[in-house]
Design a protein around this ligand. Structure first.
Ligand SMILES: [Zn+2]
Length: 758
């Protein structure tokens, strides 16, 4: 098989060209290929000529397009196909014998073409669309014009083998990825960014539109709530001093790959979401359609889009949005209530705890006591006030807001949530009395899932930045213990994992109490059990997987006993009813947490399961947890296994995500020992930065940050300079968090009490 990947700057390695996005050309492609193979390119085949066991394939001439979108694939495939209502032929190419696994992606692609044709009021620009899954692919997928290429994990859907969790995530993942790539056929391919500085126009929009389209097709997945989980990583990265603006200056070709990151994708899509919810659906859609028609077959800059939106909406979009795309970072909004006046103050939020210089035009939304009583305004200066008297039903103050502002007199329904549904890209810090009322509102279940997500996420970040104590965060987390919303609980678990990582370095002797407290918080949701119930909501199935994995990670004994019993049954019978595919990952974690050099039988069994697995999903599931052993020698052995021929090159990164805290020194040693190997094999590709970010992220001391800096002092190249700086900064931020935690001297005792209380 052969497949190309030219984005960002590799078309020049295949044929001579002016390899820049603004220099579009029409392409006529001809391939000489072995007779028995399928040859694909951007356009349909015009004619073929046979010459012995070689055939010459001539493709139709393409419309004007950028070089990075040119593609060819040659190989042996089975395919499935459908035709859209507009007569566009869509084909999905799979490994021989696996064409059934491509049917789901085919269904999504057909829906996507129909949906975007309506949404943009511009027809799909090419005569056909092909989609291909290939066995080695660094990214998730690539939107080559008319020929989208995917990694197998992101396109093939094995319905029998997939866990329900994976099935939903996979089908969700497959849906979101396919929706994203098909959206690029308009956003990126038809209208292309002028230069890589505007990469986010491609990626931020394709991402945002993919959620819109997925929500349209599968409303029961509630993907807009899950979108918050996605954009949270944008908020995290953008609170680093070493972050970069959405519109970033690109001078060197090799530096382009570094900006395919959480700023271009996650922050990019989040600021679009913020603008869209401020302007409203109808105006936004109409503006995108005008933009598409005006710049079709051409290139556009960020300001071109703002001009169209300004014209269509009458709102000064350019001024508003430039504060978000031309400067890095985002604001923390502090809120105080005095009588009927809410006072706001913005300052740039940094995890270092320092206040940055930035100033934004912030679309502030708020609600009082219910989602019916809303207000919105633009905060354009550092400080601002707003009178909220009109939000009260009667002047007699039915919410209990008293003149003297005494929180004791607030009634239950008195709560204020800023940034409704978390649609704005900023964080909020409430004064104490407002925070207390909000906690009560969460307990009484008045607050929506996105807002519960946001309150926890903001508090977590404030705690990392040293603006709030860990004990107050732990208390807040207790309030979430009965929650059953999948995204909210996933975030809760994520926060638990992060706290354990730093607490392990602050108070190693009492980390088991902390784990016990988290087990207590998660236990009520663990009543979902191990086996799926027929007809249950899909998000429950996902939740079961997350909770069981967390309990296994935190060492819950009951979970471990269950897990090992069920794993033994899996060894006897691969189709055992005792271990549904959804909870397999929890069992694999338990197996690896029990594995040491002296006790490695189950580990060997797990490796056998890996070797005989014939689906990419099962292999991925196992790889994700192999490095979870508490024994550094096992972790070292696993890392060598990951780099061996038994694991696909693209899959090595799955293994890094699961490295145990006990194994981090071994992993760092492995990284240093294998640096030349890594550089040679991955140095020019998209996966390269994962080696740094995933392994360095395990540490939380300044000494280690110094050591990492020293090691890379003579080894840094343009391909990863920015990512390295960001990784080191994150280690220092955690080191500071560890120091803050150590100063909360009463913490170990508090945690012990919380753990015992149950
Ligand atoms: Zn993309």
């Amino acid at each position: 098989m052969a497949a190309t990947q030219f984005e960002a700057v590799d078309a020049r390695r295949c044929f001579p060209c002016w390899d820049e996005p603004a220099l579009k050309a029409a392409f006529q492609i001809t391939l000489d290929v072995p007779l028995e193979l399928t040859a694909l390119s951007n356009m349909p085949i015009l004619k073929e000529k046979l010459n012995g066991d070689i055939k010459t394939v001539y493709f139709e001439e393409s419309p004007m397009m950028s070089t990075y979108l040119v593609a060819v694939v040659v190989g042996s495939f089975d395919s499935v196909e459908e035709t859209t209502a507009d007569g566009i032929r869509v084909r999905v190419y799979c490994p021989p014998g696996k064409s059934d696994n491509g049917k789901f992606a085919l269904h999504v692609a057909v829906k996507a073409l129909e949906l975007y044709t309506r949404y943009f009021s511009v027809p799909y620009p090419l005569p056909k669309l092909d989609m291909v899954a290939v066995p080695e692919f660094a990214g998730g997928a690539m939107e080559n014009y008319g020929l989208i290429i995917y990694r197998e994990n992101d396109m093939l859907h094995d319905e029998l083998q997939s866990t329900a969790a994976k099935k939903q995530r996979l089908s969700e993942q497959i849906t979101v990825v396919a929706m994203h790539e098909v959206a690029h056929q308009w956003f990126g391919n038809l209208v292309t960014m002028e230069w890589w500085t505007h990469l986010w126009l491609n990626e931020g929009f394709a991402t945002w539109v993919s959620y819109m389209a997925t929500d349209n097709l599968f409303p029961e997945w509630k993907v807009w709530t899950q979108f918050l989980q996605y954009t949270a990583s944008g908020l995290h990265m953008d609170s680093l001093e070493k972050s970069h603006p959405i519109e970033v200056e690109i001078i060197h070709a090799r530096a382009v790959l570094e900006i395919f990151d959480a700023i271009s994708y996650e922050k990019g899509s989040a600021v679009i979401q913020m603008l869209q919810s401020y302007l409203g659906d109808a105006i936004f859609q109409k503006s995108l359609s005008s933009y598409m028609k005006r710049y079709a077959w051409k290139n556009a800059k960020t300001e071109d889009l703002w001009s169209v939106l300004t014209e269509e909406s009458g709102v000064e979009v350019t001024n508003l949005m430039e504060t978000w795309t031309k400067q890095k970072g985002y604001p923390l909004i502090s809120v105080n209530l005095n009588g009927h006046i809410l006072a706001f103050e913005q300052s740039q939020f940094l995890l270092s705890g320092l206040a940055g210089e930035g100033l934004w035009i912030v679309p502030i939304t708020l609600c009082l006591g219910s989602y019916e009583r809303q207000k919105k305004f633009l905060l354009k200066t550092r400080c601002g006030e707003i009178d909220i008297s009109d939000l009260f039903n009667s002047p007699s103050d039915c919410l209990g807001l008293s003149e003297e502002n005494d929180p004791e007199k607030f009634k239950e329904h008195f709560w204020i949530k800023i940034n409704i549904y978390q649609s704005g890209f900023y964080r909020v810090k409430y004064e104490d009395k407002l925070a207390t009322q909000l906690i009560k509102a969460i307990e009484s279940n008045y607050v929506s899932a996105p807002d519960k997500f946001g309150i926890l996420d903001d508090t977590h970040a404030l705690c990392q930045a040293g603006k709030q104590s860990l004990s107050s965060l732990l208390t807040l987390m207790g309030v979430y213990r009965k929650d059953i919303d999948y995204t909210v609980v996933s975030n809760l678990i994520e926060v638990c994992y992060n706290i354990v990582k730093v607490y392990y370095d602050a108070f190693p002797d009492s980390v088991d109490y902390l784990r016990q407290y988290f087990i207590n918080i998660l236990r009520p949701s663990a009543e979902l059990g191990w086996e799926s119930v027929s007809g249950e909501p899909h998000l429950n199935v996902l939740l079961r997987g997350e909770i069981s994995m967390a309990l296994a990670s935190f060492g819950d004994e009951k979970t471990h006993e269950d897990a090992i019993r069920r794993f033994k049954s899996l060894l006897m019978d691969r189709n055992t009813p005792l271990l549904s595919a959804d909870t397999k990952r929890a069992a694999y974690i338990a197996v690896m947490r029990k594995t040491t050099v002296a006790s490695r039988n189950y580990f060997e069994s797990l490796l056998s399961i890996y070797r005989e697995a014939d689906t990419v999903q099962e292999k991925e599931r196992i790889l994700r947890h192999l490095a979870a052993s508490p024994d550094p020698d096992i972790v070292m052995e696993v890392l060598n296994f990951l780099a061996s021929d038994e694991v696909r090159d693209q899959d090595i990164i799955y293994g890094f995500r699961g490295i145990s805290l006990e194994g981090r020194e071994a992993a760092w040693k492995w990284l240093k020992d294998h640096w030349d190997f890594i550089l040679n094999k991955y140095g020019t590709g998209l996966l390269f930065t994962n080696f740094l970010t995933d392994i360095i992220a395990l540490f939380s001391s300044n000494e280690k940050a110094d050591e990492v800096e020293a090691f890379f002092a003579n080894r840094t190249t343009l391909a990863f300079a920015m990512n390295l700086k960001q990784s080191i900064e994150q280690v220092r931020i955690k080191a500071r968090w560890v120091q803050n935690i150590k100063q909360e001297e009463s913490l170990p005792e508090l945690i012990k009490q919380l753990a015992i209380k149950g």
